[in-house]
Design a protein. Structure first.
Length: 420
């Protein structure tokens, strides 16, 4: 389920009589129906490209121990088969890093190449240099990459101390950057709100600004080394903090000439409906503003369950189309059939299709107008009778009992049906 980039016909901000209203600016981007993505450079991760010229990419992370070669390989494959386009693994030790070599070989031999990202944390220089040989991208956390245990008695950082830490970070980080540049691989600078370095907390507080400055320190080192295969993330467990950090990060990078792609996510979102809603609340507004080139929905569930949520967010915004788009009214006293039951039947019969919009509407009052953009419509015309539409045109009327079969036949007649 890789999906395609959607480029539907869209209208601009408005015109006509409303444009003459006092205070109404038809050029205001807030009224635009087009999502204008922030221009970013293209960064290759395996055979996947991340950036504004490409569809927004879906990612997730296996939860198997990387030392479990067989289990980790199976976990990566399950995610990829579910539609995950880039898969992340954790490498907390050199042994884990070396295991990635075997995992990559097994994937290539028994399945297919999968774009892989290695997650490196505390003082992970040696680990990063080893695992970079076996993956397509390395993710480092600026707050932990050169990690010093916080001093509970510290009251401040002197300029000399901060400069010394900066020099140590540069010396430690440069070999990894040089290796990734040599191998034409990618780097993710992944800031987490909950793991900012102590000196960042002293200088900027536990704030989005501290997150931005943490990332910029590493970006500037990469720039001095002429390395630009960079993706940046600014994750937080609270959606308002996460959104503020990403907006600030996008503005800062644009102001300084760093058009790097952004990886969006609300970390530790939880599970169930709330985890999905919380992730959507953080990710969707940024995507609607044009911010974000790859996303992950972080759920405390099997990783494969994250993938449908990601694609649903992207489809709802018109950024990807990987499934049927169902338009259905909420039902009311005018509804002429059991709308919920019929929608389930229509979905069960057609949800394997890709790229179609199908409307299921309970009555003729709102049906044709509300479903005007749909490819096909299933509308309650009169009690016991269903009208089938192709776009705005009524094609035929059939008894309610034959409605779903007749809809399938119409799609088949148009040559748009594929067998499940």
């Amino acid at each position: 389920m890789t999906g395609t980039l959607v480029s539907p016909e869209r209208s601009g901000p408005g015109s006509g009589p409303a444009a003459d209203l006092p205070g109404f600016d038809p050029g205001n981007s807030r009224y635009d129906t087009l999502i204008r993505r922030r221009p970013t450079r293209s960064v290759r991760v395996g055979d996947i490209w991340v950036g504004s010229q490409h569809p927004v990419v879906v990612q997730s992370m296996i939860n198997e121990d990387t030392l479990d070669i067989e289990g980790a390989t199976a976990g990566i494959r399950r995610l990829h088969e579910a539609g995950c386009e880039i898969v992340r693994v954790t490498v907390p030790s050199l042994a884990h890093a070396r295991a990635m070599g075997e995992i990559r070989q097994r994937l290539d031999a028994t399945y297919q190449p999968v774009p892989l990202v290695a997650d490196v944390h505390h003082n992970g220089m040696k680990i990063a240099l080893e695992v970079a040989q076996h993956v397509d991208k390395v993710r480092i956390n600026p707050g932990l990459f050169v990690f010093d245990k916080p001093d509970p008695n510290r009251t401040e950082f002197s300029d000399a101390e901060i400069a010394a830490i900066g020099e140590r970070i540069t010396a430690t980080f440069e070999p990894l950057v040089s290796l990734l540049k040599e191998q034409d691989k990618a780097l993710r600078i992944g800031v987490n709100h909950g793991s900012l370095a102590e000196r960042m907390l002293f200088r900027y507080g536990d704030t989005p600004l501290g997150m931005v400055e943490s990332a910029m320190e590493f970006i500037r080192i990469c720039d001095r080394l002429d390395f630009h295969n960079i993706v940046v993330s600014m994750k937080a467990s609270r959606a308002p903090v996460m959104m503020a950090a990403y907006r600030m990060m996008a503005d800062r990078m644009d102001a300084e000439g760093f058009p790097y792609p952004l990886h969006l996510g609300v970390t530790e979102a939880g599970d169930g409906d709330y985890g999905r809603i919380k992730s959507t609340a953080g990710i969707a507004p940024l995507l609607a503003e044009g911010i974000g080139d790859t996303i992950r929905v972080s759920l405390t569930e099997a990783p494969e369950k994250e993938i449908p949520v990601c694609y649903s967010i992207l489809q709802a915004l018109g950024l990807r189309k990987t499934m049927v788009e169902y338009v259905a009214c909420p039902s009311c006293g005018r509804t002429l059939f059991n709308l919920e039951e019929v929608l389930h039947k229509v979905r069960a019969a057609t949800d394997h299709l890709t790229g179609l919009d199908i409307a299921v509407m309970g009555c003729i009052v709102n049906g044709p107008g509300e479903m005007a953009d749909a490819d096909y419509g299933y509308v309650g015309k009169t009690p016991g009778t269903i009208s089938l539409y192709r776009g705005r045109e009524e094609i035929r009327r059939v008894p309610e009992a034959e409605g779903v079969e007749a809809l399938i036949a119409l799609i088949q007649d148009d040559g748009r049906w594929v067998d499940p």
